[in-house]
Design a binder for this molecule. Sequence first.
Ligand code: HEC
Length: 139
Amino acid sequence: MRSVQFVLGAAVVMAAVAIAGVDQATMDRGAKVYKGYCSTCHQANGQGLSTIYPPLAKSDWLKNTPKEKVIEAVVYGLKGPMTVNGKKYNGVMNPLPSNYKDEDIAAVITYVYNSWGNPGTVVTAADVQKVKAARSKKK
Ligand code: HEC
């Protein structure tokens, strides 16, 4: 009986690690940036606010948008009409203040991707740098 419980316990722990797939330090760093900045608009659990701030929790936009575009939206801002989970929004998200480091940007987007029923992608500082480099070439 004991060994059955042990095997079950180990299976649960392994499943949790497999689902997360992100180290705790990144999640903690992302949570800190999220709480200090993003949650003002998108709310503590990513639920969004009325018709002004779209939800990040289970967001179909997040799920269906390539991560490069998501990085670009967070770093450089986003505006104009969009539909998230069947609801229409037409607001403005300002560019992220430049005091946030690439590691902060990577961590907060990873945190969002791995919270509230979202698909669980990982974004690295190198991904952020790639998007910034591509953007500066366009100008
Ligand atoms: C001052 C308010 C504000 C802050 C702070 C803010 N956002 Fe937004 N965000 C918005 C608005 C408004 C939109 C919708 C823009 C539009 O209508 O085109 C949006 C859209 C988004 C979207 C795409 C739509 C969706 O719901 O999936 C993502 C992803 C997103 N924000 C992530 C973030 C992250 C991550 C942060 C923190 C780094 C952040 N936002 C901080 C206001 C904000």
